[in-house]
Design a protein around this ligand. Sequence first.
Ligand SMILES: [Zn+2]
Length: 123
Amino acid sequence: MNQPETPTFSAVVSRGVMCRCPQCGEGKLFASYLKQVDRCAVCGEALGHIRADDGPAWLTIVLLGHILAPFLLGVVPNLTWPVWQIMGLVVPATIALTLFLLPLSKGVFIGVLWRMERNAVKK
Ligand SMILES: [Zn+2]
């Protein structure tokens, strides 16, 4: 079988963050918000069978926790704002960050799973 060179781990992760194909880095990884394409439109790599399951949600929670926890513990207690104003800032920011980070996390997971599968096939 004549397969192209497997990209490095860091290349696969950066392509995942950019929601691009882990093989070529050019084709789009998602057909819609979180629905991945069956095959890359540029290189034809099969991507639709890779199941990230709960991994992207887990990574999103971990990242969001590290972003929001310092803010919630360090800044919010010192604010003199009413609670409704703080909640009016924190809740929409949390929702927006979650919706922003989830496809990036899924892109990273799909890329890493694709690379692991590629390396397993080689052995
Ligand atoms: Zn591709």
